[in-house]
Design a binder for this molecule. Structure first.
Ligand SMILES: [Zn+2]
Length: 225
């Protein structure tokens, strides 16, 4: 089978009249029912197309990837749908990550849009727009990392390992573009999983995977400059 076919065998269902993307999750367990979820589609803004194309080029994802920009994934966070080759990223998900970083890691200063990075010595100023742009890039690159893994038939020993690979890909893209690694690190700390029932790696492991990719990406940047 051609590698691109493996990535997207099905077609996502679109309710054009209501502008919604419909996904059916297979039943879990013998008594489970398939679950149908609807996501409100939004017109993709310019930044979405721009950052997607940057991440695709750097990672070398050559199969077509369907990328949907939706209002919200209702708590699921941005995700990649195996079998459909579909990335779903919610406008509200990005904002939630930005807000989480600002409320847990930064402290507001008098200027409404500027925040002080509380954990950094010496303290430095962070602007919401700058942080948002970085979260957008890192999230999109992470999801395309999943697409890249599938396209190349990478087999992971666990779900956590596949997430770490996607974080590493996010680092490759961020390092090649040359965005601020400290802000990226804040993001992976904020979205790392803590607790007993984690589907994603811990903050420390996510940061490590990201930074490994980042340093490789930075070298590539130097070589191609
Ligand atoms: Zn992931």
């Amino acid at each position: 089978m051609h590698s691109c076919l493996r990535c997207s065998q099905g077609r996502p269902q679109i309710d054009r009249r209501r502008g919604r993307l419909i996904l059916t999750e297979p039943a879990r367990g013998p008594l489970g029912f398939p679950r149908v979820k609807a996501y409100q589609l939004l017109r993709a803004p310019a930044w979405f197309n721009r950052l997607t194309s940057v991440a695709r080029t750097i990672l070398g994802v050559h199969c077509p990837v369907r990328i949907a920009f939706v209002r919200s994934t209702c708590g699921a966070g941005p995700f990649y749908v195996l079998g459909l080759g579909l990335v779903i990223i919610g406008h509200d998900d990005i904002e939630q990550i930005v807000n989480r970083i600002m409320t847990t890691r930064l402290r507001p200063v008098s200027d409404v849009e500027a925040y002080i990075m509380a954990m950094m010595e010496p303290a430095r100023l962070v602007r919401r727009n700058e942080l948002r742009e970085i979260v957008r890039l890192c999230v999109i690159a992470h999801e395309l990392g999943h697409a890249l893994a599938l396209e190349n038939e990478l087999v992971f020993t666990s779900r956590l390992a596949s997430e770490l690979f996607a974080d590493y890909c996010s680092g490759l893209v961020a390092g090649t573009v040359g965005v601020d690694p400290e802000l990226c690190q804040l993001m992976f700390e904020a979205i790392g999983c803590v607790g007993a029932f984690c589907t994603h790696p811990s903050p420390a492991r996510r940061v490590r995977a990201f930074l490994r990719g980042y340093s490789e990406g930075s070298e590539f940047k130097v070589l191609t400059a």
